[in-house]
Design a protein. Structure first.
Length: 270
């Protein structure tokens, strides 16, 4: 299965820009690149902060911009989003019985269970995961106790190590981590956004993770600076996740035109 992760699109209403960038133009570039190089993708996941101010005009522009994608798209919410506005523009989005934007699916080969979590809390920049959402997650994990799970969520449920996110990371992540740790088959990997910086690692309890960098604006990496600078970074980007059985690999892709310097030889070994 081929999954594309895009994150933090931060759409604004038509005609507006954000940090001198046009988030819709960034996503159009990403969509075109996916269609050109990864038209065989099975699923596109956007891990939250879909719209910068949660307004319906921005969500409608997002809907139009995603239209050329040939595969299913799952949208998650981040702190910048508005659940009500989102649901009015995307009435067919997968929701749980409580109205949270949460869903699950099993990979076609049955090897992994993919879980898409909603860590958005109104008026809160950091992530939250309330008892109602925990109940949904525990129920979903219990349906397939023998199948390892992969988590997609906006906020990383652990300390990512950046001063800017010290107070806006994940509020009280322990109940969520407790449910994840209790899954008999284990959590194979966790994909998230929120930090606008490329990060990979493994939690103290042994869950490996990868972040997306942000589809439009990214942080200049200054871990100790509580006020780091926004930049265009490496430009519009996305992550290609290839799954086979219980294995995953994540490849970060930049869409800016690179200046070719020399063509490499085809290396046939040894
Ligand atoms: Fe964001």
């Amino acid at each position: 299965m081929k999954i594309i992760q895009i994150t933090d699109t931060h759409f604004v209403p038509p005609g507006r820009t954000l940090y001198n960038l046009d988030p819709a133009a960034s996503l159009r570039r990403i969509v075109a690149d996916i269609n050109e190089r990864h038209a065989d993708a099975d699923l596109v996941v956007i891990t939250g902060d879909l719209a910068n101010d949660g307004d319906e005009d921005a969500y409608r522009l997002l809907l139009d911009t995603l239209a050329p994608l040939p595969c299913e798209v799952r949208l998650l919410l981040g702190n910048h989003d508005d659940r009500g506005s989102f649901r009015r523009v995307f009435p067919d989005a997968s929701v749980d019985s409580q109205g949270f934007i949460q869903s699950a699916l099993t990979t076609p080969d049955g090897a992994l269970r993919l879980l898409f979590l909603d860590s958005h809390e109104p008026e809160t920049t950091g992530g939250k995961y309330c008892p109602a959402r925990l109940g949904w997650l525990a129920t979903e994990l219990a349906k397939t106790p023998d199948v390892p799970a992969v988590i997609f969520i906006h906020h990383p449920p652990f300390d990512a190590g950046f001063a800017h996110f010290k107070h806006i990371g994940f509020h009280d992540p322990e109940p969520l981590m407790e449910v994840l740790r209790a899954h008999p088959a284990g959590i194979r990997h966790l994909f998230f956004g929120h930090i606008h910086i490329s990060l990979s690692g493994i939690t103290e309890c042994g869950i490996s993770y990868t972040s997306g960098r942000g589809a439009s604006h990214q942080f200049i990496v200054e871990p100790k600076n509580p006020r780091p600078w926004w930049s265009a970074g490496t430009g519009p980007n996305y992550t290609v996740i290839t799954q086979r059985g219980g294995g995953l690999r994540a490849m970060h892709v930049d869409t800016l035109d690179a200046q070719p310097l020399a063509q490499a030889n085809e290396c046939l070994g040894p």
